[in-house]
Write a protein that binds this ligand. Structure first.
Ligand code: ZN
Length: 210
């Protein structure tokens, strides 16, 4: 991709002149891609004959592209309170600035990570292993399982919602079980193994998302 500067020349087909013309790159106000409003001083190629805009270089495309309006999808579940504690503890390891909003970021990051690594089997296994481990802990510590439940509620963009659906289909788990397993993955990576790659990724993410 060639980076263009003001005053550069090129060639393009001009609809108005109905021929291939020489062009000059200049800054103009260009309408946004959805037709509402315009972007100011964008570098475009104009026809040297009639001055119509005939070329929009790659470097100017983001400026005129109207952001796709993302519909937010709710992901909600009622989980035993211990899961939210585990998630919050992991977030606190990553950053002392962690808040309720950070939960969405962590879960979203992990959904993507798990889709990319095709970790459906691992998710099912983790869920099973944690259930086993948890009942063993209860027995060993002579505790009765708490009935306290908490709601995990977040609104995610379409990419994250798609990742969630991909994992639901791949694992055949319920939404609640899947979220439990995802949280347990976070626990393993962040609290148990202190995985430096994951922790630094999450630190960077929370830093820019704050
Ligand atoms: Zn022209």
């Amino acid at each position: 991709m060639k980076l263009l500067f003001e005053g550069d020349h090129g060639k393009a087909l001009c609809e108005h002149c109905q021929q291939v013309v020489t062009t000059t790159y200049v800054r103009r106000n260009v309408p946004f891609s959805d037709g509402h409003g315009e972007a100011k001083d964008v570098l475009v190629g104009i026809c040297d004959v009639c001055e119509t805009v005939v070329a929009i270089p790659a470097q100017s495309t983001p400026a005129i592209k109207e952001a796709r309006k993302h519909q937010l999808t709710p992901i909600e579940a009622r989980l035993p309170a211990i899961y939210l504690d585990v998630l919050d503890a992991a977030m606190h390891v990553v950053t002392k600035e962690a808040s309720v909003q950070t939960r969405k970021l962590f879960i979203s990051y992990y959904l993507r990570e798990l889709v990319e690594t095709k970790a459906a089997d691992r998710l099912q296994r983790t869920h099973y292993e944690f259930s086993q481990w948890f009942s063993k802990q209860m027995t060993c510590r002579h505790l009765t399982p708490s009935r306290s439940m908490k709601r995990l509620s977040m609104k995610v963009n379409s990419y994250v919602a798609d990742d969630f659906i991909i994992l639901l289909e791949a694992t055949h788990m319920t939404r609640t079980d899947l979220l439990k397993s995802v949280i347990w993955h976070i626990q393993e990576d962040v609290i148990e193994h202190r995985n430096p790659v994951v922790i630094s990724d999450l630190q960077r993410l929370t830093r820019v998302a704050m």
